[in-house]
Design a protein around this ligand. Structure first.
Ligand code: DMJ
Length: 577
């Protein structure tokens, strides 16, 4: 009798504690949901503070000077460090408005989106005597227009029917044609600079960067798919293949090269300035165009980066010929890397690097442009923070992959720092020196295209529900469409992969996990949809990812690593390298 009664009591206690835990966890969920809503509204206010000030004081010029409430026609200055050949008669291309288009859609402001389209279609002209940087113009202007065209025409009818008549695509095609002469070199590698009205200038420099000629394929490819004119994609692809042929025997690349001779100029490189988006576009082009060739390039390049540049959670630079380390520096541009790693499924490595970048952010309040890892000090002349988005971008991707609320806290801290240190009456100002937080009179267009957008999406990803987008390096969404995909050769699909019905899928396995997680069971439920399920995935015991011990945690579907229970009681990949 007694043991039986005891058992009853134990069961009752167990039931009570489970329901207490459930109430607790649903309270917890409520707290996080409220926090995310509050933070989303805070980011929305940030975006409009930047946008309204631009529209009031700078539009239709390129960027806002928030301290003096004036403008700068900076399209011709981007990447132009010595400020040479600046145009005399150039009055801007509404750069910040173009960069804001996709953010307006993501924040649900279709009225302003439509107003902007009408203004651009009636006023924007590219027949201007301005020497511009091919890479910058491609990612900001061409990418901004192409992405906005896609958003304006997508099936959810973002615009009042009949209001849109492909005006943005017409502008994008005009711009694309003006960029094409840059590719007319003996190697097919494009010049870094081109005059939008007159083409490549006489005696133009033949030096360009790896990212300058290796990250054009998303925008140019999308433009070709949308217009039916193959010349854009073909030029970008030719340049990319030529660049690929210039890799060293270690599968490494330099930072700068000569477009006429096809020789490297700077042999040292890393994952930051001058190279970053080249790696990013190899992978993203694979996702958008489904070409196996891009995956193979990316895979070899990624492995070489991990082998020669990675040092624990940090990445240094190395000589492409020897693989020997050259510079031990953290640069703020490198902070995009964890986000890319999430997309390829290397979530644990992403998590550990991201933590280090955030540590540096917290140490200074924002991320300094360059930090000398070997001396543990700031670079003497690169102490600035120009409102860059990369840490927010990686935080967004990590939260998408893990749903670990810690990333919400990181996002909150980023938002608070931006408001505390960079917000001024006339917009958001760059920081000239992170040790003094002295301002610089410049609000970069990527603050609206990327920084605000990634922070907004971190707290509210409803834009992404049932939609497959890849973000360009400037944060402009490009859809993943099967119509744009090359059919994968049969040999590419191992026979032991698991295919499941679409409706059963919770999350699709990433390309990298396909490489590391071969399936061992076959689900023949088949609706014919070709979705690959990660075979190693074991769900956490609770749907909200809360845990009391490691036993409550499953196996991560993206990299097949065992998840563990954090001090705060969440399942995740907690690494301390
Ligand atoms: C942006 O223009 C893009 O993200 C680019 O790829 C590199 N840097 C800036 C923002 O920091």
């Amino acid at each position: 009798m007694l043991p039986h009664m005891c058992l009853k009591w134990v069961l009752l206690l167990l039931l009570i504690s489970i329901s207490v835990l459930d109430v607790y966890s649903s309270d917890e969920n409520h707290v996080w949901a409220t926090k995310k809503r509050r933070m989303r509204e805070k980011v929305r206010r940030m975006f409009y503070h930047a946008y309204d000030n631009y529209m009031n004081h700078a539009f239709p010029h390129d960027e806002l000077k928030p301290l003096t409430k004036t403008f700068t026609d900076s399209l011709s200055e981007l990447g132009n460090l010595r400020l040479e050949h600046l145009p005399h008669d150039y009055n801007g291309s509404a750069l910040t408005l173009i960069e804001s288009l996709s953010s307006l859609v993501i924040m649900g402001n279709n009225t302003e989106f439509e107003r902007a389209i009408i203004w651009l279609s009636e006023n924007l002209k590219f027949n201007v005597d301005a020497r511009i940087n091919l890479f910058e113009c491609n990612i900001r202007v061409l990418g901004g227009l192409v992405s906005a065209h896609i958003l304006a025409t997508d099936s959810t009818n973002r615009l009042v029917q009949g209001a849109y008549k492909n005006q943005l695509l017409i502008l994008a095609e005009d711009l694309g044609k003006r960029l094409l002469p840059a590719f007319d070199t003996p190697t097919g590698l494009p010049y870094a600079w081109i005059n939008l009205k007159y083409g490549v200038m006489e005696n133009e420099t033949t030096e360009t960067s790896t990212s300058g000629c290796g990250s054009l394929i998303l925008e140019m490819g999308a433009l070709s798919r949308l217009t039916g004119n193959p010349r854009f994609e073909s030029a970008a692809l030719h340049a990319l293949r030529k660049l690929w042929s210039m890799r060293s025997s270690l599968n490494l690349f330099g930072t700068t090269l000569d477009v006429v001779t096809g020789e490297w100029i700077e042999h040292s490189s890393g994952i930051g300035a001058g190279v970053d988006s080249f790696y990013e576009y190899l992978f993203k082009a694979h996702i958008v165009f489904g070409k196996e060739e891009f995956w193979r390039m990316f895979h070899s390049a990624y492995v070489a980066v991990q082998k020669y540049f990675r040092h624990g959670p940090w990445y240094h630079e190395a000589d492409m010929r020897t693989g020997k380390a050259t510079y031990w520096q953290l640069t703020s541009l490198q902070a995009f890397w964890p986000g890319l790693q999430v997309l390829v499924g290397d979530v644990a490595a992403a998590n550990s690097s991201h933590r280090e970048f955030f540590y540096v952010w917290e140490k200074f309040g924002v991320l300094p442009e360059r930090y000398l890892l070997d001396h543990q000090m700031l670079h003497p002349t690169e102490k600035y923070y120009p409102l860059r988005p990369e840490l927010a971008e990686s935080t967004f991707h990590l939260y998408q992959a893990t749903k670990d609320p810690w990333y919400i806290e990181v996002g909150e801290s980023i938002v608070n720092s931006l408001n505390l240190y960079t917000k001024v009456e006339g917009g958001f100002a760059s920081i000239r020196d992170v040790t003094t937080m002295q301002h610089e009179d410049h609000q970069h267009s990527f603050f609206l295209a990327e920084t605000c957008k990634y922070l907004y999406l971190l707290f509210d990803d409803s834009f992404l529900v049932n939609q497959n987008y890849i973000f360009t390096t400037e944060g402009h969404p490009i859809p993943v469409l099967s119509a744009w995909h090359e059919r994968l050769p049969e040999a590419y699909i191992p026979t032991n992969w698991t295919f499941v019905k679409k409706e059963k899928l919770v999350r699709q396995a990433s390309a990298m996990s396909m490489q590391v997680c071969p399936a061992n069971t076959l689900d023949t439920g088949g609706s014919g949809s070709q979705h690959v399920k990660s075979a190693c995935h074991v769900a956490d015991a609770r749907s909200n990812h809360r845990c009391l011990s490691d036993e409550d945690c499953g196996v991560d579907s993206t990299n097949c690593r065992r998840r563990s229970c954090s001090m705060a009681g969440y399942c995740g990949l907690w690494l301390s390298i």
